[in-house]
Design a protein around this ligand. Structure first.
Ligand code: NDP
Length: 256
């Protein structure tokens, strides 16, 4: 059923060697898309590409620090040449966090979080726009966070970058609809990845998360990737400008 297939489509997923990005590469590939990804660690990227090839997925990759403007430009040039100037899907997944009280952040930490989490996504959208438009059917998905909607104690700069991403979703959804590019956003609560494993290893911290989550567990990367893939399918062709939480019910749990 072509409505539930990404056959013949091309995708760029940033940060695909671990966590949510890794699961997203596999999910999009599984639906038939050709995928390009990036990360900063060349060894890990090569390893992933080998495993994906063995699994029969068509994945290519570039070493790229998405927080660096010149490297983003180079990445999009590579994407353009791998996919002959046409891109159907852009998943802005790269993101990081530094957790501390607001008054303790240095200028460098502020810049690092803004450039990695927000500026990179904004600029990659700008760079991808001609390719997305040329493909005829484009889809952008941002990996945001429930921290962009609520205070969850993960740090004010992280929350602000994700809040900015949520608003950018709405702006691009309207501005680029005429180019047949849909824009949506996925907002996860705690997902078992290398980004937060040091936190989830702490029993008390984990218990505090679980007791606020109706499903009484944290999420798996695959459970985020499935929504990302759905949003990119022809089946989701009328879904545009939405911010959807993947949170086990956390955001609707009230003052519990
Ligand atoms: P991980 O840290 O587990 O994985 C991040 C991936 O991105 C790795 O492949 C990493 O490779 C790559 N990456 C990180 N920084 C850069 C960079 N500057 N340039 C290129 N690649 C980079 O993170 P998650 O999978 O947990 O997070 C993915 C997204 O999901 C983030 O935006 C995060 O904010 C969001 N999120 C995560 C939640 C969670 O609980 N895990 C909850 C809510 C949102 P390398 O380090 O080698 O570059």
């Amino acid at each position: 059923n072509p409505r539930w297939s990404l056959n013949g489509m091309t995708a760029l997923v940033t940060g695909g060697t671990r966590g949510i990005g890794h699961a997203t590469v596999e999910e999009l590939g599984g639906f038939g898309a050709r995928v390009h990804t990036c990360s900063r660690n060349e060894e890990e990227l090569k390893m992933c590409l080998k495993v994906w090839e063995a699994k029969g997925l068509v994945v290519t990759g570039s070493v790229c620090d998405a927080s660096c403007r010149e490297q983003r430009e180079k990445l999009m040039e590579e994407v353009g040449s791998v996919f002959s100037g046409k891109l159907n899907i852009l998943v802005n997944n790269v993101g990081t966090n530094i957790r501390k009280p607001t008054i303790k952040y240095s200028g460098e930490e502020y810049s690092k979080l803004i450039s990695t989490n927000f500026e990179s996504s904004f600029h990659l959208c700008q760079l991808a726009h001609p390719l997305l438009k040329a493909s005829g059917v484009g889809s952008i998905v941002f990996i945001s966070s429930v921290a962009g909607v609520l205070h969850i104690g993960s740090g004010s700069i992280y929350g602000a970058t994700k809040g900015a991403m949520n608003q950018l979703t709405k702006n691009l959804a309207c501005e680029w609809a005429k180019d047949n590019i849909r824009t949506n956003c996925v907002a996860p609560w705690y997902i078992k990845t290398s980004l937060v494993e040091h936190l989830l290893d702490n029993k008390e911290f984990l218990q505090n998360i679980i007791c606020r989550t109706p499903l009484e567990r944290v999420g798996e990367p695959e459970e985020v990737a499935s929504l990302v893939a759905f949003l990119c399918l022809p089946a989701a062709a009328y879904i545009n400008g939405q911010i959807i939480s993947v949170d086990g019910g956390f955001t609707v749990n009230g003052f519990n």
